[in-house]
Ligand binder design. Structure first.
Ligand code: BG6
Length: 490
């Protein structure tokens, strides 16, 4: 087993170093890794962008981003160590001959080149060609990219083809930041390290499963991108389907990337298609109108800055998903995700089946089923809702009450810092561990399934259902699950 010190140092090259992703996420995540002492001392980081800039100016800019986006105190000593790793290179990413400059900063003899594409995918082709022309790459080099990896199957294949013309699949690290979240990773532990869940995890004991990813944020400042994308492609195609695959997959043989990828792909292939025949009954699209969030008035989607008032893009999706395989036959998965919802909450609720006979009818006409509630964020933890006898001898009957077994991560792992998804994934990319990244086949399979829904919606040509900001989505979403005599977890 490698420990953190045996990994080779890297030349991390960030393309798009002056862009939003770098400023908001990458620098701060790298800084947190620096604070934790997790970056190899010899690792160097080069920012690449098209504007002229001196190294000092670049370092100042990073410092500013840290001040703006980080909540922690910036320790001077750590800052100095961090700043010493950085260099800046001005490259016009569309000019192939300029990529030669990379050879002045990288050292392929002692460091692995890790290329982070923090730019819009339309630049991927020139970056790949420029890197190939520069001669800087070797078999050890890696590339890291993240969504949007296309907006449908075809465009995602185009991006993957461009990347594959220069990098082998084993060199490509595709990020879904949800796979870096501790609680999402904990699903593997919960499912495959606890026998109570391994034997009960199927259609014999589980009635249905709900996955909710609710956000309070609206579209603040990125209306144009979001309006072309919509919540289905922005959140469900990636984050929710990833959670679903972790919940539904068969036990992998081990934790190697290949084993995990192949089990996830099997789940994606078993998703029952949603087509124009059943889309109305299985899905709900919503768009927020103005409302109140924690008492503060907020505008509707069509009143956000830069909005096209005729837009029919969805900011909310709910759907019933069926998995056609042996384990999950007859167990629906209800998924919902939306912007401007009542509160930020990402959770999975597993509803177990009701018992066939009730001997406690003094307490409940029918016994409420057990529930396993997995809070992915915030208040990370796991709860099991159970029935217990109310203590006391006065009452001759056995009276029951619902109680919760509550494992809160912040209480139980007080001394373990919970890192964010980006920190974990950047670290794994630097280490060269592909387990938590997405394979090409996985992404393309997810697009195949989502494209069918998108096409069915297009065919239906219906406007999204309105819901007031600060609520749990349109009434139609309640009706979707109520049709199966079930209700969303409150
Ligand atoms: C991103 C989406 O992938 O995930 C955003 O593009 C969304 O629209 C974000 O807000 C949510 O991430 P998190 O980690 O805050 O749940």
């Amino acid at each position: 087993m490698k420990d953190k010190k045996t990994f080779k140092p890297c030349d991390l090259v960030i393309f798009g170093a002056l862009g939003d992703l770098s400023r908001r996420k990458l620098f701060i995540s790298l800084f947190r890794l620096e604070m934790a002492g997790l970056i190899e001392p010899e690792t160097r980081i080069t920012g690449v962008d098209r504007h002229a800039m001196e190294n000092d100016e670049f370092v100042q800019l990073i410092h500013k981003s840290l001040q703006e986006f980080s909540s922690e105190v910036l320790d001077e000593e750590v800052l100095a160590r961090f700043a010493a790793r950085f260099a800046y290179l001005q490259i016009d990413l569309t000019q192939l001959d300029q990529y030669q400059k990379l050879n002045s900063v990288i050292d392929p003899e002692t460091r692995v080149m890790v290329n982070y594409f923090a730019v819009s995918p339309f630049l991927f082709k020139s970056i790949c060609q420029g890197l190939a022309a520069s001669g800087a790459l070797n078999d050890e080099s890696r590339m890291v990219m993240e969504k949007p990896i296309g907006h449908d199957l075809k465009s995602s294949q185009e991006i993957n083809d461009v990347v594959a013309s220069v990098f082998k699949e084993s060199q490509v690290f595709r990020i879904d930041h949800y796979l870096g979240k501790e609680t999402v990773l904990n699903l593997l532990a919960l499912r495959f390290a606890n026998s109570i869940f391994t034997t009960n995890w199927n259609h014999n004991t589980i009635d249905h499963i709900q996955i909710t990813v609710a956000e309070e944020v609206g579209i603040e400042g990125r209306w144009e991108y979001f309006d072309k994308t919509g919540q289905l492609r922005d959140m469900l195609q990636n984050h929710l389907l990833q959670i679903l695959t972790f919940i539904a997959m068969e036990p992998p043989a081990n934790l190697e990337a290949a084993s995990i990828h192949s089990e996830k792909i099997k789940v994606l292939k078993a998703l029952r298609p949603i087509t124009k025949r059943n889309v109305e009954e299985k899905t709900v699209r919503g768009q927020y109108s103005s409302g109140y969030l924690k008492g503060v008035p907020v505008p509707g989607y069509l009143e956000e800055e830069g909005a096209n008032t005729a837009s029919t893009t969805e900011s909310f999706v709910a759907m019933r998903v069926d998995i056609d395989n042996w384990r999950w036959a007859g167990v629906p998965f209800y998924l919902r995700t939306g912007k401007r919802m009542q509160s930020k909450c990402t959770e999975i609720v597993v509803y177990f089946k009701q018992l066939p006979h009730n001997i406690f009818d003094d307490s409940f006409r029918s016994l409420p089923p057990n529930k396993l509630i997995i809070h992915l964020q915030p208040n990370e933890g796991v709860e099991i809702e159970m029935l217990n006898k109310i203590p006391g001898i006065e009452d001759p009957h056995i009276k029951l009450q619902k109680t919760k077994l509550d494992l809160s991560f912040s209480d139980d792992f007080k001394n373990n810092r919970i890192f964010g998804g980006y920190e974990k994934l950047i670290l794994e990319a630097l280490r060269g561990n592909p387990t938590l990244f997405l394979s090409r086949e996985e992404i393309e399979q997810a697009w195949t399934w989502v494209d069918s829904i998108q096409n069915a919606w297009k065919h239906m040509n219906a406007k999204p259902k309105p819901y007031a900001a600060g609520t749990w989505g349109p009434i139609a979403s309640v009706a979707l699950i109520a049709r199966d005599s079930r209700a969303w977890e409150e």
